[in-house]
Design a protein around this ligand. Structure first.
Ligand SMILES: [Zn+2]
Length: 594
């Protein structure tokens, strides 16, 4: 094998100069080798990716590192590496930025590294895939954040109810062309967060939690350099399509930003907002919360560290800006081709608070926020003017956030709101049969519907399981799809597989009441706002967790319209959602610009 160019030797020299503090550890340490993309990755032919090889070791010296692709030295395939540096374990890396794999089929990558006289080898295999023939002009990806299957069940019960065991109707997301189960784990942990999982949908590559659009195992280690992979918005833009993101969270939050961003830490929201404006990544329609990342630091409530007025920047690029439901409704969507709407400084409010409780303490002045349906409709109206088609991601973000807070009524009502937005996407697909609608969660939660509660009885007395679980008394007299009363006489008994210690009173909390609060770094059950006869349920999480956490359970995907048959399989890896979209749209980067 040939030695890898001077580039690696250079990095090694730097590393050796940096010190041999690990030398005592390293006498017999053989290196660990990491290759990005990772083993068994599928790569879209022509998509832009960074190819990166890390040789991790502490102390010692590396005198030979060789990288080959199908037996050909990497330098002969991609030229000299474009960057190199030190890994978190004092090893070395080389990266070839912005390369493409063009030939469909299998690729084998081999790395051989000699450190302290010990040779370690690693081989990974990729599949390079070309998109199939174009089937759809538009894709609408609808992500219910944390939309565990029981949340879909609970929403169907709350919205439609049952008579003699049969549902009186189905949700929009229940009536689709095809369903599959989706697995959600990332490359470094069994249980994913929303950054990693949304990134898998957006790029076709899994990464580590907190990272989006970049490969890394260690997003939280400083000075990491992620290996970028191209995302769906970049690809769609290169294809001349319009793109949009809609969410009820801060629009810089993980799920919407994974569609366009490349970042190691999802919490770096100012940088995400700045990336949102970069020409190659900039969505044409942006609707959600998180205005405080767009206001200059001089504006009260801004979270920016600089004077940049990002709203003004967007307006300078021809975006119509709206800040309320009323302003959104007034937009002439037939003439607007670019639209920025920010309806809250932070996350938008749950449906229950926006439209039912309307407590000023919770709305904090944001008393004119649009529904997810209104945002979805406006986005489709603007984007669908492009003859080349559009990609739109719509997120029901607060399903997840309310599940963390174990506030199932708010989570489930937000699921109904999300489902009505699904109905708008399906209506569009019915008129425009060249549209694919995908409804999926990014990960699960440990929520479960296990019976009913007669709330007229105290404490546990009203709990019914099996034959004593009488049907709940939800009604929808006004036909708006939402229950007339959030908490009727008989409501659902809902439990959680993981939780901090908390007081369970089986009651709806009109004013949200956190399950636990942190006292001296330890989560303590919160009695505030809970009934006197509430059960104290002992937590089964580590003591620093004040909220319910994600679970590794598979999630349900339902799809509708052109190209949906891609999901006609029992089990789907989360990365395949990207390829389903690319395949439906016939996105072939090798043909772009031809
Ligand atoms: Zn979450």
């Amino acid at each position: 094998m040939r030695k890898l160019s001077k580039i690696l030797s250079l990095a090694l020299a730097v590393m050796m100069a940096a010190g041999a503090q690990g030398a005592s550890l390293a006498e017999d340490a053989s290196p660990s080798i990491r290759i990005f993309p990772v083993d068994r990755a599928t790569i879209l032919a022509g998509a832009v990716v960074d190819f990166k090889v890390e040789v991790n070791y502490s102390g010692g010296t590396a005198d030979d590192v060789a990288v080959t692709l199908d037996g050909v030295p990497a330098v002969d395939v991609f030229g000299a590496a474009t960057s190199e540096g030190i890994t978190p374990e004092d090893g070395t890396y080389a990266m070839w930025e912005g390369v493409t794999f063009t030939r469909p089929g299998a690729v084998e990558v081999s790395v051989s590294a000699n450190v302290n006289g010990i040779t370690t080898e690693k081989t990974v295999a990729y599949t390079v895939l070309e998109a199939g023939e174009k089937k759809a002009r538009n894709v609408i990806l609808m992500i219910g954040d944390g939309l565990a299957q029981p949340t879909r069940t609970a929403a169907r019960i709350m919205s439609k109810n049952l008579t003699e065991g049969r549902f009186n109707g189905y949700l929009n997301m229940d009536v689709m062309d095809v369903a599959t189960l989706v697995t959600t784990s990332g490359i470094a942990a069994l249980v994913t967060d929303s950054a990693n999982s949304a990134s898998a949908y957006a790029t076709g590559h899994k990464t580590a939690n907190n990272a989006m659009g970049v490969y890394t195992y260690n997003p939280n280690v400083d000075d990491q350099v992620g290996a970028k992979v191209e995302n769906i918005i970049e690809l769609a833009k290169r294809a001349g399509m319009s793109t949009g993101i809609v969410s009820t969270s801060e629009i810089t939050d993980a799920t919407p930003s994974a569609m366009f961003t490349h970042i190691l830490k999802r919490s770096n929201m100012q940088a995400i907002a700045d990336q949102m404006f970069l020409e190659g990544q900039r969505p044409d329609v942006i609707l959600g919360g998180g205005a405080w990342w767009f206001w200059p630091s001089t504006t009260t409530g801004s979270k920016r560290a600089d004077e940049r007025d990002l709203i003004a920047d967007f307006e300078g690029e021809g975006y119509a800006f709206v800040g309320s439901a009323t302003e959104l409704a007034a937009v002439d969507t037939a003439s607007a081709s670019r639209l920025l709407g920010l309806f809250n400084s932070g996350n938008m409010s749950p449906y229950v608070d926006k439209f039912i409780e309307k407590s000023p303490d919770i709305l904090k002045g944001f008393d004119d926020q649009p529904s997810l349906m209104a945002m979805t409709k406006a986005a489709i109206d603007v984007l669908s003017q492009n003859e080349e088609g559009f990609f739109l991601m719509v997120e029901g973000a607060l399903i997840d956030k309310q599940e963390h807070a174990m506030d199932w009524e708010r989570a489930v009502v937000d699921t109904i709101e999300f489902d009505q937005a699904v109905g708008i996407a399906k209506d569009f697909a019915d008129i425009n049969d060249d549209t694919l609608v995908i409804v999926v969660a990014d990960h699960s939660h440990s929520i479960s519907v296990y019976g009913t509660i007669d709330t007229s009885k105290p404490g546990l007395e009203g709990l019914g399981v099996y034959e004593n679980a009488k049907f709940p008394t939800y009604a929808d007299e006004d036909g708006d799809g939402f229950p007339d009363v959030i908490s009727p006489d008989i409501t659902l008994a809902i439990g959680w597989g993981n939780h901090p210690s908390y007081y369970e009173d089986f009651r709806y909390h009109a004013v949200p009441s956190a399950p636990a609060v942190i006292v001296d770094d330890v989560a303590v059950a919160n009695a505030n706002g809970r009934a006197e006869d509430a059960l104290l349920i002992a937590g089964n999480l580590t003591p620093e967790q004040p909220q319910e956490v994600h679970s590794a359970d598979d999630v349900t995907l339902t799809a509708y319209g052109a190209g949906s048959s891609y999901f006609n399989k029992t089990l789907t890896d989360n990365t395949e959602v990207f390829f389903a979209m690319v395949n439906a749209l016939g996105l072939n980067p090798l043909e772009f610009g031809k």
